[in-house]
Design a protein around this ligand. Sequence first.
Ligand SMILES: Nc1ncnc2c1ncn2[C@@H]1O[C@H](COP(=O)(O)OP(=O)(O)OP(=O)(O)O)[C@@H](O)[C@H]1O
Ligand SMILES: [Mg+2]
Length: 294
Amino acid sequence: MPIKITDLNYVYSAGTPFAKHALKNINLEIPDGEFWGVIGHTGSGKSTLFAHLNALTRIQSGTIEIDEFRLVGNGGKKPKRKHRPDYKALRARVGMVFQYPEYQLFAETVREDVAFGAKNIGIKGDELDTRVKSAIEMVGLDYADVAERSPFDLSGGQKRRVALAGVLAMHPKILVLDEPTAGLDPRGKRDILNLITEIKSALCPTVIMISHNMDEVAEYCDKIAVMANGELKFVSTPRELFSRADTLEELHIETPCVTALARELNGRGLNVSVAALTEDELVEEILRAKGANA
Ligand SMILES: Nc1ncnc2c1ncn2[C@@H]1O[C@H](COP(=O)(O)OP(=O)(O)OP(=O)(O)O)[C@@H](O)[C@H]1O
Ligand SMILES: [Mg+2]
């Protein structure tokens, strides 16, 4: 089990009148090689939970095991020495792409920006150059064209790719993306999602994507975790989750467009499966149902 979260709790501003219990007794196991989506209303604790995975947020109580790394809460204080993992190695294992990562670019050239994280974990020389070049190419940018340019001269979509390349150059095995498609147009969203799928098969076998877009988690993810109010409410396949109208209503989760259309058609007498998740599946269902009606 590469990621195992046990009894994780987190309180912001603990002990003050502003205390906020952001994570409540989270237990979760994420196996190797899956593409997970994490959904839930604003403020439900998604970002707080996943910022724990590479120890950017210090565990207060509970444990997180990731492969050979073990993070143990010590009441929000620095962990005891015997419980301190090799943080550099952990951050190389778990790549974290924050929301709007393009705002965190800072270096004078794209090449330096992409190299920053890898350099920090001790990669240097030819190995560093090779990683930087291949990360830039992997995100679909032309190395010769962009390497020596200022990242600030690129378009928004290109900047986001540069930020992603900086994480990939660390060769993470687990990639966590916090709303990677936020603010992009439909074409840009699709390009990024396809890119993430390619990265998953080429470099990072486990992908965790926080998203507010039900269509994209329905189409791309193997499993979906639903958070509400600091609690983990539900983990299932997209097909199971989105075919349960009662659960969606109870958790105030929107239905993906394709599923909603399938329900509408079904309600109007065309016998299509309401478990359709992608446009292709729905088209198949409509053709099948029409064929059966003919
Ligand atoms: N630095 C902070 N100080 C105090 N409270 C915080 C802080 N960061 C988050 N919170 C609170 O903790 C709760 C969980 O926040 P979190 O950012 O994890 O939610 P989220 O599910 O990622 O939301 P969103 O979808 O808006 O990104 C919210 O109530 C939020 O207001
Ligand atoms: Mg968030």
